[in-house]
Design a protein around this ligand. Sequence first.
Ligand code: NAP
Ligand code: F7E
Length: 325
Amino acid sequence: MGKIKKALITGITGQDGSYLSEFLLKKKYQVYGLVRRIALEDETHRLWRIKHLLNKLKLSSASLESYASIVKIIQKIKPDEIYHLGAQSYVAYSFEDEFSTLNTNINGTHYILSAIKDFSPKTRFYFAGSSEMFGKVNKNRQDEKTRFNPRSAYGISKVAGFELTKNYREAYNIFACTGILFNHESPRRGFEFVTRKITSSVAKIKLGNQKKLFLGNISAKRDWGHSKDYVKAMWLMLQQKKPSDFVIGTGKMHSVKDFAKLAFSLVGLDYKKYVKFNKALLRPAEVDTLRANYNKAKKILKWKPTINFNQLVREMVNSDLKSFK
Ligand code: NAP
Ligand code: F7E
């Protein structure tokens, strides 16, 4: 039997962290997670996405804002792979507090890379990049060569993380990759993101517990895939001979309006009767459209999405109906 591989996941309590944990456990990895101290004190609320896995995971508390706390864990575990998913990930919030978004997202990434370089240089590193790095686009589809033009502190923090990852790869020979992932959702998506806001509202409206759904820019278009598909792509990137960056998406684009229309129609309701506009939900700088060209991932990683838009919306609506009943 081969050596048991060790993976460390930051952001293990989040949507992707939970699916990635399941995926790696199935592959017989020993999975370690870095969580905030407060999460260990409030398991019911803060560890809900991984509560079914807790007896299989090894969690340590650390802060992405503290180099010392990260070094200790990396030095001790010397993981084969690190998946750095921990981040302030809500774009709208990054307009309210650019400082914490930039601090957590840029410094957190820098600290981990630096700790790998000095204490565990054989560790392979995955950085959670984002289509928000492309921002305002002037190309129909975005690939690895598309120019970055971020529109938020969040997007800027991810461009900085991308550049740090590239520099540690080039300057220090670290096996470091960025996955430039387009929007991906699931029944475990946070309630503040538009897809989950819609599906949870659809369920509550259907059950008579909510009357209206207030949204901002429903003309915005995104390339929406399923988190379960995307965590596989993260793992594939770290199994290659050479480190590289990859765009991951579905190549299909829908508007927020399309999403709402379908979600309401699945429970027999007409979205026009319930969706209302709230100006306060508009962003100071919007990203209007995003659509992936994932040909490189298809060719090199042999990756492609397996869950389409309709299946995704249906799974989210059904799951919310079940849980709100
Ligand atoms: P998520 O559900 O919001 O999870 C974010 C994770 O980061 C949580 O575990 C959270 O911990 C942790 N975190 C946040 N601030 C932290 C801090 N200051 N210190 C330590 N941990 C902190 O995000 P996700 O959807 O799984 O996304 C995973 C990663 O991919 C993120 O980096 C995100 O920016 C990036 N990304 C996501 C998408 C997408 O569409 N989902 C697309 C592209 C890139 P708590 O539970 O303690 O808050
Ligand atoms: O917004 C519009 C909003 O917050 C999508 C993160 O995972 O994906 C995510 O970022 C669109 C935007 O996701 C509401 O203006 C309209 O155009 O669901 P979202 P996001 O900003 O695309 C990227 C790839 C990431 O990396 C991020 O971490 O929907 N929209 N009305 C609304 N958005 C929200 N949240 N709420 C509304 O009421």
